[in-house]
Design a protein around this ligand. Structure first.
Ligand code: PEP
Ligand code: MN
Length: 380
């Protein structure tokens, strides 16, 4: 059960202390208090965990300082969708909105290799009106002998170049808590020219200690990739770890499942789960067509599979696209074979626009249908 307090109530107020002493008398109930920063105001939410079945919503609503009460189901308590749940469904970061209604493209380099390729990428993004990107500095690799990423050494030039080209948010995977501090320090040293969305990769979806430490900070939003060999439910619970530690600014990423059944794609594309994640939770949903498909193969009519699956995800309502590009894929240190070329960026963005427009048309069509008029009754 969640008690959402009136906007002016903070843990320092007298009403809060009264509320706290009421709640302390409840048997077998543990409290977790979250301060949730919205666009206009910061709200205090009190999560009651334990035997809440016997508590009446009306009783809890009448306690001091309580604005409204949400009875949550067992599943995905914080990030899930619950009946009569009016909690906000979006977050803003660095002036960019993330919600289940928006769509943001994060085209960029899988693994940072040189300042030259980062600059070429950023320039191309700016020239095409983009304000977000992906840049890998810490790379989890199958072999310990493969390139592991330039780590903290590349952060200063990545952040400075982002500032120079007006990039507001960089999705950047971290594999250890220490990387979070390295990013914080580099951002500070370079004068905070850009923002970072911390990415938890598919190999770390169930690294619970990493999830807890990333969840404990609220400065950076988080992109959590679905685990490639676990159920959707298990990955959604992993997202809930972030929220239960205090960070609700979470985007959920689909990136394909590891199975030979998806061959010749690198992973079995799972973008049919876009609407499922939106139904079960309040998280914006990201698709990663590059790591799903893993190559530049295309269909006979000349459209790359990466573009086909991107369109499939977008037409199903995806909210974010993480996609690999590289100025010279043959020189990329990681995942060159799946990178799109910089001169393919305008065509890629146009394809996304077409698919998004189709999604929006589908939305108005479904409203029409839901209003009780069947599609076949639709007037000309
Ligand atoms: C990546 O986005 O660079 C990456 C390694 O993705 P994943 O964790 O989905 O494999
Ligand atoms: Mn990669």
């Amino acid at each position: 059960m969640i008690l959402i307090l009136k906007p002016h109530i903070t843990p320092e107020t007298a009403e809060y202390r009264q509320l706290e002493s009421h709640l302390a008398r409840l048997q077998n109930i543990e409290l977790r208090v979250h301060r949730v920063q919205g666009v206009e105001q910061t709200l205090t939410e009190v999560y009651l965990i334990g035997n809440t079945a016997a508590l009446l919503v009306e009783d809890m609503r009448s306690l001091p300082g309580v604005d409204h009460v949400v009875r949550v189901s067992e599943e995905y308590r914080i990030l899930g969708r619950h009946k009569d749940d009016s909690r906000s469904n979006y977050f803003d970061y660095r002036g960019v909105r993330f919600s289940q209604d928006t769509l943001n493209v994060f085209a960029g380099i899988c693994a940072v290799d040189s300042p030259e390729s980062v600059e070429a990428m950023m320039q191309s993004l700016r020239d095409n009106g983009q304000v977000c990107t992906r840049m890998g500095a810490y790379k989890p690799r199958t072999s310990p002998y493969s390139f592991q990423g330039h780590g903290k050494n590349c952060l200063p030039y990545v952040f400075e170049l982002a500032g120079k080209y007006g990039i507001k948010v960089i999705a950047m995977e971290i594999t250890h808590e220490s990387h979070l501090y390295e990013i914080q320090e580099a951002l500070e040293k370079t004068g905070n020219p850009t923002g970072v969305m911390l990415q938890i990769g598919t190999r770390n979806t169930q690294n619970f200690e990493l999830l807890k430490s990333v969840g404990r900070q609220q400065e950076f939003p988080v992109l959590l990739k679905r685990g490639f060999g676990i159920t959707l439910d298990e990955s959604l619970h992993a997202a809930e770890y972030l929220a239960s530690e205090g960070n609700q600014k979470v985007v959920f990423g689909l990136r394909g499942m590891k199975t030979n059944i998806g061959d010749p794609h690198r992973n079995m594309v799972d973008f049919a789960h876009v609407p499922v994640v939106k139904r079960l939770t309040r998280m914006p949903v990201c698709i990663d067509p590059s790591h799903s498909v893993g190559s530049r193969s295309g269909s006979p009519e000349g459209i790359l599979d990466i573009m086909h699956v991107t369109a499939q995800g977008v037409i199903a309502g995806a909210n974010m696209i993480l996609v690999d590009f590289h100025p010279k894929p043959s020189r990329a240190l990681v995942d060159g074979p799946q990178a799109l070329l910089l001169d393919e960026l305008p065509g890629f963005l146009e394809d996304v626009r077409i698919a998004r427009e189709a999604y929006e048309k589908r939305l108005s069509n479904s409203n029409f249908y839901r209003n009780g008029v069947s599609v076949s009754d639709k007037p000309d």
